[in-house]
Design a protein around this ligand. Structure first.
Ligand SMILES: [Zn+2]
Length: 101
């Protein structure tokens, strides 16, 4: 019994939050999310990053390191504005759930 289903909705917000602050990449984001108690694998996160890129929230660029290409993501202007736009709902939900009002 896990809470993956409920937590799944928070992952795009968490990803976007970090991508506004810094460049992110899949493996680093997986480790970050796991530290926060999310049970998530690459099969869930990588398609999510691609969808967020398709929707224009993230922009990717690839950097070769040795034989592997690492795909880095950064929030776009649209991504930044979208996160700002949903902050009131996030704040109110947090307040309701955590503080009961
Ligand atoms: Zn985080």
């Amino acid at each position: 019994m896990t809470n993956d289903f409920l937590l799944a909705g928070l992952i795009p917000l968490h990803v976007l939050h970090h991508a506004v602050d810094e460049e992110i990449y899949g493996q680093g984001m997986l480790e970050e999310l796991r530290q926060h108690g999310y049970r998530i694998g690459p099969g869930t996160l990588y398609p999510l990053l691609h969808r967020m890129e398709e929707r224009g929230y993230l922009k990717a660029h690839e950097v070769r390191s040795g034989k592997t290409m690492r795909r880095y993501y950064r929030a776009t202007g649209k991504g930044r504005r979208a996160l700002e736009a949903v902050k009131p709902q996030i704040g109110e939900l947090f307040s309701e759930i955590v503080h009961g009002h």
